[in-house]
Design a protein around this ligand. Structure first.
Ligand SMILES: Cc1ncc(COP(=O)(O)O)c(C=O)c1O
Length: 405
């Protein structure tokens, strides 16, 4: 028999989005005239900004000319982009991150999933509950999570940090000591944030307990409130305990283009071992670099014009999220998120997440995402996103407001 990695067999099926698609399809077949509005999507919908499109065209032209053709990219990223990121995303915000601490990649999803390779197989992970599933599933594949209990929806060897209305969506320090702590700020799916003081608690805890924080800042561009840090390195002590993931997907509409970066500070060490050097070694061995065309397009995001254009797009999605947040609040729902995030997280009251899904689909023809799909503490919650058009978002909110409660 072929010797496979049996940990893969432990993964429960990822039914969330396929079940949603099936239910919507079935409803559509029996109600062909229904005007269904989809606010479940986590993908952007606006086209790429003009400055990005121009950069892409220019880069393609360069690739067609022997004098300007680019082959393999440097595996850690072109220095023009690493320097721009270090300056504009970090040094300009007072964070002393150098260009050679930036690792350019093709997606935060891949980096969040791959980073666990740097850690021992016995390392214990802590995740917020509900959670972006990649953090857990990538550790399941590596054999770190123990056994899955269908009844509770939990893995025996994972520390869950419930984030609910009761604790204002702020994870509390665990009793049991984790080695790897995943934090997503602003959070997917709840749309909530940790402010500087709340994040400092985790940075201090990680430093005191020899733990590493794996900090996903994919939604950084949506931050509105001044007390929410854009980077974990704004917090004193973070360079010795944190790795940060960023993505061009939700800030600049690169979901279909693919570009991201990860910051591994040189000060992050385990004894004499440098995690920076380990990640560089991994990149060099398993990755051949994000394409030149994408990295040129990434540069356009930092140009004055590009920056203005992409922030207008983010503002558009934020307006949608605020419209959902306020509309639902006015209708009497308990809501979170929606201010520093494209996501609105609402409490479904007496209904389970899936009951609410059916109710919204059948009675308002609006599609969202059941919170229980993101973890046990997501039960009785529901996610709506600001990634639709403004008109359809406003219409969806009106329909939800008109529902009998
Ligand atoms: C929290 C979080 N991290 C990472 C990603 C993936 O980003 P990328 O498109 O760069 O792979 C997503 C995408 O939905 C996300 O929600």
């Amino acid at each position: 028999m072929i010797k496979i990695n049996e940990n893969y067999l432990k993964l429960p099926g990822s039914y969330l989005f396929s079940t949603i698609a099936k239910k919507v399809k079935a409803y559509q077949e029996t109600h062909p005239d229904a005007d269904i509005i989809r606010l479940g999507i986590g993908d952007v919908t606006l086209p790429l900004a003009p400055a990005v499109i121009r950069a892409l065209h220019e880069a393609v032209e360069e690739m067609g000319n022997a004098a300007t053709f680019h082959g393999y990219a440097p595996d850690l990223g072109y220095s023009f982009l690493r320097e721009e990121i270090a300056k504009k995303d970090y040094q300009d915000r007072g964070c002393q991150i150098d260009a050679d601490e930036i690792f350019v990649s093709d997606g935060a999803k891949s980096d969040c999933g791959n980073i666990q390779e740097l850690f021992d197989e016995t390392a214990k992970i802590a995740v917020c509950d509900p959670v972006y599933p990649v953090y857990v599933d990538s550790n399941v594949m590596a054999g770190r999570t123990g056994e899955y209990d269908e009844a509770t929806g939990k893995w025996s060897n994972v520390i869950y940090l419930p984030c609910t209305m009761e604790n204002n969506f702020v994870p509390q320090l665990p009793k049991e000591k984790p080695d790897m702590i995943y934090l997503c700020n602003p959070n997917n799916p709840t749309g909530t944030t940790l402010n500087r003081d709340q994040l400092k608690v985790w940075v201090d805890y990680a430093n005191e307990n020899d733990a590493v924080i794996l900090y996903d800042a994919a939604y950084e561009a949506y931050i509105t409130d001044d007390d929410v840090p854009h980077s974990i390195y704004e917090i004193e002590g973070a360079k010795t305990c944190a790795i940060e993931f960023r993505s061009f997907s939700k800030i600049a509409g690169f979901t279909g283009v693919r570009l991201s970066f990860t910051v591994v500070p040189k000060a992050l060490k385990s004894g004499d071992a440098s995690l920076h050097d380990m990640w560089a070694r991994r990149h060099g061995t398993k990755y051949n670099g994000a394409p030149y065309i994408q990295q040129k397009a990434g540069m356009a995001v930092y140009s004055e014009e590009g920056r203005k254009e992409i922030l207008e797009q983010v503002a558009y999605y934020k307006r949608n999220a605020r419209t959902i947040y306020q509309g639902l609040k006015d209708a009497g729902y308990a809501v979170a998120g929606g201010v520093n995030s494209p996501y609105v997280w609402l409490h479904t009251g007496e209904m389970t997440s899936w009951e609410f899904f059916d109710h919204l689909l059948e009675d308002a023809n609006v599609v969202g995402t059941p919170g229980s799909g993101f973890g046990p503490s997501g039960e009785n919650y529901f996610r709506l996103t600001g990634f639709g058009t403004y008109e359809s978002t406003a219409e969806a909110v009106k329909r939800i407001q008109n529902l009998k409660r």
